[in-house]
Write a protein that binds this ligand. Structure first.
Ligand code: GUN
Length: 298
């Protein structure tokens, strides 16, 4: 029987842990974790993600604030907003939902966030620390994948992890994390991407296969080694007139054929996606703890 890895169960467990520690932080230090989410424009998927983030943050007892701006917002205006939250002591985490409208430079925006409040883990300082194995905010999706592997009993140590996709949000930071000589990592890591003449040459060698290239249902069972662990990071909307909303959500893996070959596989939805949100909460709590400790030391 293929093990369907229940992301919702692990995400709920992590959220309960965060909720308990949030209560402790309030009682011990009088501090409530604060998360500011900035959304620019009307991208429906981004709006849905941001709603979920605000809902979960509120459920866990955070001070949560969503700032929704029109797509016409200018870069300097967004920089001013970030500056405002950088200087707001109630806010410990700042998240700018991506993608941003074309006229705004994502690099300049991310670099304007105070690294102490970089709960998304996208700032170059955060990513640099990640690469050299220093304690920092791990980007939420790679962190969710690592937690999911460990909590479901698939330690990547000594295993060949093949990551399909080289994004700055998932592929590259996940490789940096899993290759560290540290507990919960110590894997042999390959990143495969569009320049490979035959992706399946690489995917078939994976003990742990991570599909994170954003192409709906494109990893088939025939591309997977028998007994592999398959982690599907994709969240793709595909048209489906028979579905109530006119679309359904599928991963980057063709689930049914992959499940026949895999030892374990994450579903979409209910796999990595729910873990991402839980890890954002964990990072925000970490930022708030660090702030509390810095006050104590001052
Ligand atoms: N867009 C897609 N994924 C993410 C994410 O994890 N964080 C942000 N800020 N934007 C995203």
């Amino acid at each position: 029987m293929t093990h369907i890895i229940d992301g919702k169960y692990f995400a709920d467990t992590i959220k309960e842990e965060v909720q308990r520690e949030t209560e402790h932080l309030k009682q011990q230090y009088g501090i409530v974790p604060g998360l500011a989410v900035i959304l620019v424009g009307e991208n429906p998927a981004s709006q849905a993600y941001v709603r979920t983030k605000e809902k979960v943050a509120t459920e866990l007892g955070f001070y949560s604030f969503t700032n929704h701006q029109p797509a016409t917002l200018q870069e300097h205006e967004l920089l001013s907003l970030i500056n405002m939250y950088n200087n707001d002591p109630r806010i410990h985490g700042i998240l700018v939902q991506l993608p941003l409208p074309k006229h705004i430079s994502e690099h300049r925006i991310i670099e304007a966030i105070n690294p102490d409040k970089d709960v998304d883990g996208f700032h170059p300082i955060t990513l640099g620390k990640l690469l050299i194995g220093e304690d920092t905010f791990k980007p939420c999706t790679p962190a969710g994948i690592q937690e999911l592997l460990l909590r479901s009993g698939y330690d990547p140590a000594g295993k060949h992890v093949v990551i399909v996709g080289r994004s700055t949000i998932v592929g590259k930071p996940l490789a940096a994390m899993l290759v560290q000589k540290q507990a919960g990592a110590n894997a042999i890591v390959t990143i495969v991407h569009t320049a490979a003449p035959d992706i399946s040459y690489y995917t078939k060698q994976a003990d742990i296969l991570v599909a994170a290239m954003g192409k709906p249902e494109s990893i088939h069972g025939s591309m997977i080694k028998d007994g592999a662990i398959v982690i599907d990071v994709g969240i793709n909307r595909v048209e489906d007139p028979s579905a109530p909303k006119g679309y359904r959500i599928v991963g980057d893996v063709h689930f049914s054929s992959a499940a026949e070959r895999a030892q374990a596989i994450t579903p979409v939805p209910g796999g990595v996606g729910v873990m991402t949100v839980a890890m954002l909460m964990k990072n925000t709590l970490k930022a708030a703890y660090r702030y509390a400790l810095s006050l104590k030391q001052a």
